[in-house]
Design a protein around this ligand. Structure first.
Ligand SMILES: [Zn+2]
Length: 111
C-alpha cells in the first residue's frame, strides 16, 4: 500500500475490490453475460459504500445509464467524433462521451 496517496486502508481495499470485480466481469462476459452485469453492480455498491469514485479507465467498461458491462462490438459501439470517444450502449440506446482533449494537447506539444 503506497503511503500518503490513499485516504484510508478501507478505501484502498475498496478500490482493489472494484478493480478485481470489473476485471472479473470482463473475463466472464463471453460465457455468462448476466454474471458480468452482476459484478458491475457489486463494484458500484462497493464504491458507494466506501464513498469513492470508480477510476476513469474502469468507467468505460460499463454503461452509466443501465450499468451493464460494455464489450465493444457486442454490447456497445465505439466511435470518435470531435475530440470525443463516444460509446453507444446497444441495450439502453444511450450515449456516453469521453473527451480526449488532454491527449490531443499533449500530442501537439510533442510535435
Ligand atoms: Zn446502457
Amino acid at each position: 500500500m503506497p503511503k500518503g496517496y490513499f485516504v484510508s486502508k478501507q478505501k484502498y481495499i475498496a478500490r482493489e475490490r472494484i478493480k478485481h470485480l470489473i476485471d472479473l466481469a470482463g473475463k466472464t462476459f463471453s460465457k455468462f453475460p448476466k454474471r458480468a452485469d452482476h459484478y458491475i453492480q457489486l463494484a458500484r455498491k462497493v464504491a458507494m459504500k466506501a464513498r469513492i469514485r470508480i477510476p476513469s479507465p474502469l468507467k468505460k467498461k460499463f454503461c452509466k445509464h443501465c450499468y451493464r458491462f460494455l464489450q465493444p462490438g457486442i454490447t456497445c459501439r465505439v466511435r470518435t467524433k470531435g475530440g470525443k470517444v463516444i460509446y453507444y450502449c446497444l441495450h439502453c440506446k444511450k450515449y456516453m462521451r469521453f473527451p480526449f482533449l488532454k491527449e490531443k494537447k499533449a500530442r501537439k506539444k510533442k510535435i
